[in-house]
Design a protein around this ligand. Structure first.
Ligand code: NAD
Length: 363
């Protein structure tokens, strides 16, 4: 084996402990010397946030959180932070909430302590996203990476099973796309493999017994690994597709990832045999796509984009937007026609195996 690669890690404290969020937050805020904290939480998570931040020097609670961070929402949150002379942001919520904290940090440099309540993983990446009109812009900046992340699985117990499944598959998509992202390296692939393994164990536990902490802890642990891998490897084909679908057609983020993933895996796997084997091994399966599909079946995962707001007439516009974004690192060339077929299959929920290889001609 010849190893030749570059890998960059960013400094971030990570604390894990079920039922420990309040105590750990107090520690981390003292460590960072903050005295005027802005707590960001969507209305649905505000009670949870008030509980875990009760002992902090909170100057303001902010509740306006919108998925994909519209620029107007970001502008209002930035102005609010300035008006209250905030010196640290605490985000309690899913990727939308972390995303808003990142949008504030992007222009102000304020430190963030993130308390994730879904498996989106934004807390462990340097990636920010903002949406203007129907156009989502993303970028990467070290200053938006939370200084500390507190993982407390008890905070995810209220996440409904369908959202837990979709969010867990969003983490799985980070892992799979990290196998062939533009900067993918062996460390990213190792993190991704362990992420897939933890999701394969944790997600069925979450669906079988949503109140079980063990499954939730596995999923949160995987969310972190998946995001670290993704942040380092960069967006692969899967993320480029979902980015357009989410930003242009306002489709729900996690469900879109959950649906599109098997099609991208089916498309790329034949051209990336080493990655395919690594993914299969992590699923404890002989074939990566079979491993993914077996897990999706156990989880009763979402299957068709048409059920989440995509119209068939949107596909052409999506293809036009995705074609120029296809990463050159993708293991297989991607034409507009390939994308049209992929999106058409994901729109209707066609069998990914038949989509990739032709019905009855799986290998
Ligand atoms: P989300 O944050 O919008 O949350 C989805 C829903 O779950 C919301 O209704 C929320 O109120 C609810 N919810 C969250 N936690 C809950 C809990 N514990 N109990 C009950 N309900 C709960 O969705 P998401 O999928 O976590 O994040 C999606 C956003 O994050 C998108 O905008 C996406 O682009 C972004 N994202 C960014 C990165 C990155 O690296 N920058 C990575 C992943 C996702």
């Amino acid at each position: 084996m010849t190893l030749f690669f570059e890998h960059e890690s960013f400094p971030q404290r990570v604390r894990f402990g079920s039922g420990q969020a309040a105590a750990m937050l107090t520690d981390e805020i003292a460590r960072l010397g903050a005295s005027r904290v802005m707590v960001i939480a969507a209305p649905a998570e505000s009670a949870l946030a008030e509980d875990v931040t009760a002992d902090l020097p909170v100057a303001h609670h902010h509740h306006e959180v919108v998925m994909h961070v519209p620029v107007e929402t970001a502008a209002r949150a930035r102005a609010t932070a300035a008006r209250h002379e905030i010196d640290l942001l605490v985000s309690v919520g899913g990727g939308s909430t972390t995303g808003l904290a990142k949008a504030i940090a992007l222009t102000s440099g304020l430190p963030i302590v993130a308390v994730p309540t879904t498996y989106a993983g934004s807390e462990a990446t340097t990636v920010w996203g903002l949406t203007e009109g129907a156009r989502k812009t993303t970028g990467s900046a070290a200053r938006v990476l939370p200084r500390a992340v507190i993982y407390d699985a008890t905070l995810t117990l209220s996440l409904p099973v369908p959202m837990s499944v979709a969010s867990g598959l969003n983490a799985l998509a980070h892992c799979v796309d990290s196998m062939w992202g533009p900067r993918a390296d062996p460390i990213d692939r190792a993190l991704a493999q362990e992420g897939i393994r933890a999701l394969r164990i944790g997600l069925p536990q979450v669906t079988a017994n949503p109140a079980d902490l063990d499954g939730r802890e596995h999923a949160l642990y995987a969310a972190y690994l998946s995001a670290r891998a993704f942040s380092s490897a960069g967006s692969g084909l899967h993320h480029k597709i979902c980015h357009v679908l989410g930003g242009t057609f306002d489709l729900p983020h996690a469900q879109t990832h959950a649906i599109v993933l098997p099609y991208v895996l089916a498309y790329n796997a034949p051209a990336a045999p080493e990655a395919e084997q690594q993914i299969a091994a992590a699923f404890s399966a002989t074939d990566a796509l079979d491993g993914l599909q077996q897990l999706r079946k156990r989880l009763n995962a979402p299957t068709a984009l048409r059920e989440y707001g995509l119209n068939r007439s949107d596909i052409e516009r999506a293809v036009d937007a995705i074609v120029p974004a296809v990463p050159v690192s993708n293991p297989r060339p991607v034409t507009a026609d390939d994308l049209r077929r992929l999106l058409d299959a994901a729109y209707s929920g066609a069998d990914p195996a038949s989509f990739a290889y032709g019905r009855g001609n799986k290998r």
